[in-house]
Design a binder for this molecule. Structure first.
Ligand SMILES: NC(=O)c1ccc[n+]([C@@H]2O[C@H](COP(=O)([O-])OP(=O)(O)OC[C@H]3O[C@@H](n4cnc5c(N)ncnc54)[C@H](O)[C@@H]3O)[C@@H](O)[C@H]2O)c1
Length: 287
C-alpha cells in the first residue's frame, strides 16, 4: 500500500457493513471518515459502532495493545479527495453504487484505490462506469467484519496488479486474510450461500419446517454455525433480496429469484436484526 501517513480511509455507507468495516479499520489504528447520505442512518452509526467495539473487545477480536483511531461520520464524501483508499459499502443496487463511485472518482487523486464491498455485482460492471477502471477492486468483507478475518478479494478483469497489491496490503493492516478470486456474479461465497438461504426461506413458506427447525437441523446435522435463517437476519433481508435479484438477473436461475416470504418480510419492514424483527425477534437486544 502506498505510504498512507495520516490519510484517512474513506468508507461510503454507514449501514450494517460500513459501520463494522469502520470499527475493524479504526481498531487496527487506521483513521476513518464514514460517509452516509441518510440522516437517520448517520444518527444510528455512532451507537452501532459503540456496540461493535464492545462486542469486538469482549471477544478479543481487535488488537488490545492500541487505542482505536478516530472515526468521523460525514454527510458528504469530500474527504475522498485526500484518502489513501475509498471503500464503497452502500446499498446493493447497481445504480446506487455506480453513482456513489462516480462521485468519489471525481474527487480522488490519481492512483487512489477504490474498493467495492458488493456481495454480488460483478466488479467489472461497476469498473466499466469509472474513468480509471484499473483502480477498482472487489473486497467482500464478511459479517460481522471484525470477527471474521477471512475475506474474498475479487480481481476484476481490469483491476491492475498494483491495485490488487495495495488493497491486499490494506487488508493485512486491518488483520484480514484475503483469498483472491475471479470476477463473477456473487463470486464464491454469495453464489453458494444466498441461493441456499433462499431455499431455506421457501421451506418455511411451504410449511415444511419452522425457521427454528430449519436452523436447528442445519446446525445439528450439518455443522452450520447459526443456521441459514439466523444468517439471513444478520445479513439484512433487504440486502439478501437485492443480492439474490442481482444473481437472478445475471444467471436466470429460479433458485435465485427472491422467495415470496423474503419479499413479504422486506415489504413489511421486517429486515432482520437491524430492525429488531426478521425470522426471529430481536427487540430485546435492541432496547
Ligand atoms: N449485510 C451483510 O451481511 C453484507 C455482507 C457482505 C457484503 N455486504 C454488502 O455491503 C454493502 C452494504 O450492505 P449493508 O448490509 O451495510 O447495507 P445497509 O442497507 O445496512 O447500508 C447501506 C447504507 O448505504 C447508504 N447509502 C446509500 N447510498 C449512499 C451514498 N451514495 N453514499 C453514502 N451512503 C449511502 C444507505 O443510506 C445505507 O445506510 C452491500 O453491497 C452489501 O451487499 C453486505
Amino acid at each position: 500500500m502506498p505510504d498512507q501517513g495520516n490519510r484517512a480511509l474513506v468508507i461510503l455507507g454507514a449501514g450494517v457493513m460500513g459501520t463494522a468495516i469502520a470499527v475493524t479499520a479504526a481498531g487496527h489504528g487506521l483513521p476513518v471518515v464514514l460517509v452516509e447520505t441518510d440522516e437517520d442512518a448517520r444518527k444510528r452509526a455512532q451507537g452501532r459502532m459503540t456496540q461493535h467495539f464492545r462486542h469486538a473487545r469482549l471477544l478479543g477480536a481487535l488488537p488490545a495493545d492500541r487505542e482505536p483511531a478516530e472515526v468521523v461520520v460525514s454527510a458528504v464524501p469530500d474527504a475522498a479527495a485526500g484518502a489513501a483508499v475509498v471503500i464503497e459499502a452502500v446499498t446493493e443496487q447497481f445504480d446506487t453504487k455506480a453513482r456513489a463511485l462516480a462521485q468519489v472518482a471525481g474527487l480522488v487523486s490519481a492512483g487512489t484505490r477504490l474498493v467495492t464491498n458488493t456481495s454480488s455485482i460483478p466488479v467489472d460492471e461497476l469498473a466499466s462506469t469509472l474513468p480509471q477502471p484499473q483502480d477498482l477492486v472487489g473486497v467482500h468483507f464478511m459479517n460481522p467484519t471484525y470477527l471474521i478475518d477471512q475475506v474474498e478479494l475479487v480481481r476484476g478483469p481490469h483491476s491492475s496488479e498494483a491495485a490488487v497489491a495495495d488493497v491486499t496490503a490494506l487488508l493485512r493492516r486491518m488483520g484480514r486474510r484475503p483469498v483472491v478470486v475471479r470476477d463473477s456474479p456473487g463470486f464464491v461465497t454469495s453464489r453458494l450461500l444466498h441461493p441456499m438461504i433462499n431455499d431455506a426461506v421457501r421451506l418455511v413458506d411451504q410449511g415444511v419446517a419452522t425457521a427454528e427447525e430449519v436452523d436447528t437441523l442445519m446446525q445439528g446435522c450439518l455443522g452450520h454455525r447459526t443456521g441459514p435463517l439466523r444468517t439471513a437476519d444478520l445479513i439484512g433481508l433487504d440486502n439478501l433480496a437485492d443480492s439474490l435479484t442481482v444473481l437472478f438477473e445475471r444467471f436466470g436461475d429460479e433458485r435465485c429469484r427472491p422467495a415470496d416470504l423474503l419479499l413479504r418480510k422486506v415489504r413489511t419492514g421486517h429486515l432482520g436484526r437491524k430492525t429488531g424483527q426478521g425470522f426471529y425477534d430481536y427487540k430485546e437486544a435492541l432496547s
